[in-house]
Design a binder for this molecule. Structure first.
Ligand SMILES: [Zn+2]
Length: 719
């Protein structure tokens, strides 16, 4: 299992390049127990770091060849070298061939520069080149050149060739290719309701996929053993590159899941990204990143806890950790080195326990690329929020959870899961529907809102494709700015929910264009079938918005209770919410929504084969292999990890800013109880410490209790 050091030179003037030799980078890799180095062969400024005939070598290297230095030194120590090439930002090539650049609908160059809005005429630093232009042939030549140099593989950064209108390319090459492929011109505006627009959207994905396929073929024909990795940046780019991974998965050896958002994201984000990328790629190796620095502050290290726990989290989720170090981090801040070494050494010791494992499965949350696009349209974040709410409710409660994606639904690869969660999975193919129908005959399903209202292509249908399975027929939308649901607490799904009246809405955190986020309090209006049971009804708001706290931002009071169902169960194991309970939990974290989510999944799926309990926050990631269960426990209970957020986009009326983003400093030790059903462990021990754990029987379960510092891996022998 690779433990990766990515070492980037990326500053424009390459200040430290003449002070850092290839041997220094390899020495750092050895020092931190890394077995794989990723470096730029050609950077985003268009410069080569080796003797290249394709790109200009940086003058800072004089007669040196950095790539050669690294490869030669790494080889002595059995370290693999992966070269980054093919950046779609390429100012030097742009300078020669401006017609190869991506251009928006107005003909302006699409770029990667970040500038404040006030800098209207900032210099163009990182123009993006178009995959439909001869640029791609340049990338093929780069790839062949670095393979000749002796690298073990190639990492492509995200292509940033986007389907969304505001970033879509309208260059001459694209216009021509689109006309040739689809027989019409590129659309001049967003027309989501038309098949033609959606077809163009997919066409743009395929431009990415074809480029990957071309590079994959070039790579394998040159060296079949070399590997191709692609940076999908799963939480960036509106999530669109996840579609590229899913469609191109057979032409990728490694999914590189850049997770640069981690410092702003909830605890558990890295595991989420690894598991998502694993599902999207159909089980390809996933490399995910923990930057050595905090947020975008490349010149200073982040805290040891952030680094150690980040690396362990990637490993626990089944991924390979990449530590990203910039030359400036390396020269100005060595604080990151010890924690990387600690975590990498640990993984070096433990990685044999991940050989030949498969996930111990229970719940599968559908992450549907198609639903994100067709239901989410230009702003798909709200659709993804619904998915993430379900994921985190399970992960934070020690319940095994994975993602499944469109291709797994299409191919019916569901059988190991006890419960399938369809969080606003609007778009389903007919094959997917058939597979879910079969699956639901003897497994649990939990669905929400407009699940299955669209076909695979995003056409809106008159009724749910899963109408029979969830026990309701679709009758339109209930559109309130805010709503409530009133539940009958006389059922396992509603038991222990803190209140009978549950707020179903939230105020908009930007609060510029609107008071509430789009459709947050909406429901599907449904008619339950005879055999379905209604456990909750929709409550109307008494007014458009509330007049209490922060008059205008608070919720309206409960008006009348309607007879429109909000929560429906169909025996034996289907649950349907008419609204978006996952999204509410994602935004608010209230126990009401969490309890509804947990109860419905546990009722529908039955007891999980393994579950963890603790007073603290932790992740439990379970695997099995012949005669063993392998359980990773990662403690997420930190003393301080502060992220401040105002009640509007920029709260200038408050007495202090809301821009605080602090990394964790210390992990608080907790006690964890693991409950195992069905499989009967005879022995439990920790390979890290050699410690044996005692096993206790309770009813039909096996209980193992352990103290948890930062991280632990437990091996359970089952025979
Ligand atoms: Zn183009």
């Amino acid at each position: 299992m690779p433990r990766v050091l990515q070492f980037n030179f990326e500053d424009r003037d390459l200040i430290y390049l003449d002070k850092i030799k290839g041997a220094d980078i390899v020495k750092l890799a050895i020092d931190i127990h890394s077995d794989t180095i990723v470096i730029f062969a050609r950077d985003a400024w268009g410069r080569a770091y080796y003797d290249s005939e394709v790109a200009r070598k940086t003058s800072r290297l004089r007669n040196r060849d950095l790539l050669r230095e690294v490869i030669d030194e790494a080889r002595k120590h059995g370290i693999r070298v992966i070269a980054m090439i093919g950046h779609t930002t390429h100012p030097e090539l742009y300078s020669k061939h401006p017609e190869w650049a991506q251009r928006n609908i107005e003909g302006l160059v699409i770029h990667m520069d970040t500038n404040p809005r006030s800098e209207a005429n900032a210099e163009l630093r990182w123009p993006l080149m178009c995959l439909n232009s001869p640029f791609l042939d340049v990338v093929v030549r780069e790839l062949e050149e670095v393979l000749n140099h002796g690298v073990d593989g190639v990492l492509l950064d995200s292509f940033r060739y986007m389907p969304d209108l505001e970033r879509a390319c309208y260059c001459g090459f694209c216009r021509k290719a689109h006309r040739e492929d689809l027989g019409r011109d590129l659309p001049e505006s967003e027309q989501w309701d038309t098949k033609a627009y959606r077809e163009t959207f997919r066409w743009r994905y395929n431009v990415n996929v074809k480029a990957i396929e071309k590079l994959y073929r070039a790579l394998k024909s040159k060296n079949p053993k070399a590997v191709l990795a692609y940076n999908s940046h799963p939480a960036g780019w509106k999530g669109r590159a996840n579609t590229v991974v899913e469609l191109a998965r057979n032409s990728l050896d490694i999914i590189y899941a850049e997770a640069s958002e981690v410092d702003y994201q909830p605890p558990g984000f890295l595991a989420e990204m690894v598991k998502l990328s694993t599902a999207l790629s159909g089980g390809k190796p996933v490399w995910s990143t923990r930057n050595a620095f905090h947020t975008a502050l490349t010149t200073t290290s982040t805290t040891p806890v952030a680094i150690r726990q980040g690396i362990r989290e990637i490993f626990a989720a089944g991924g390979s950790p990449v530590v990203l170090v910039f030359s400036s981090t390396y020269m100005q801040s060595r604080y990151f080195i010890n924690p990387v070494r600690e975590a990498f050494r640990e993984i070096e010791k433990l990685e044999e326990y991940m050989d030949g494992v498969s996930r111990l499965r229970y719940a599968a949350v559908v992450y549907s690329n198609r639903s994100r696009d067709w239901a989410g349209r230009s702003d798909p974040r709200h659709v993804t929020d619904e998915v993430r709410g379900f994921y985190y409710a399970l992960a934070y409660n020690g319940i095994p959870v994975d993602f499944v994606t469109d291709h797994q639904l299409d191919d019916g690869l569901l059988s190991d899961y006890r419960v399938l969660i369809l969080p606003y999975t609007a778009s389903l193919s007919s094959r997917g529907v058939e597979n879910i129908k079969r699956y639901s005959a003897n497994h649990g399903i939990v669905a929400t809102y407009l699940t299955s209202i669209m076909n695979e292509d995003g056409d809106i249908l008159e009724d749910f494709q899963l109408s029979e399975e969830i026990g309701v027929s679709y009758r339109g939308l209930v559109k309130y700015p805010w709503s409530y649901i009133a539940i009958n607490r006389d059922h396992p799904i509603t038991r222990d929910v803190p209140d009978e009246i549950i707020l179903w809405g939230d105020f908009d955190r930007i609060f510029r264009e609107r008071r509430t986020p789009p459709s947050i309090a909406w429901h599907a209006r449904v008619e339950p079938h005879g055999e379905a049971r209604v456990l909750g009804f929709i409550g109307e708001p008494a007014s458009d918005y509330g007049f209490e706290y922060e008059n205008g931002r608070s919720p309206p009071l409960l008006g009348s209770l309607t007879r429109d169902p909000a929560l429906i169960v169909k025996e034996p194991r289907a649950v349907y919410f008419t609204g978006q309970v996952g999204r509410l939990y994602w935004r608010l974290g209230l126990p009401h929504h969490e309890q509804l989510i947990l109860n419905s999944i546990l009722w529908s799926g039955g007891d999980p084969p393994i579950r963890g309990y603790s007073e603290g926050l932790f992740l439990l990631e379970p695997y099995k292999r012949n005669g063993q269960i392998i359980v990773h426990l990662l403690n997420l209970t930190c003393d301080r990890r502060v992220i401040a957020r105002g009640n509007i986009d920029d709260q200038t009326a408050w007495h202090s800013t809301v821009e605080t983003v602090m990394p964790p400093r210390r992990v608080i030790p907790i006690e964890v109880e693991i409950e195992i059903k069905e499989l009967e462990p005879l022995k439990a021990w920790s390979p890290l410490t050699g410690r044996k754990l005692s096993i206790e029987k309770r009813n039909n379960s096996t209980i193992i209790r352990t103290g948890l510092g930062e991280y632990e891996l437990i091996v359970l022998e089952t025979k």
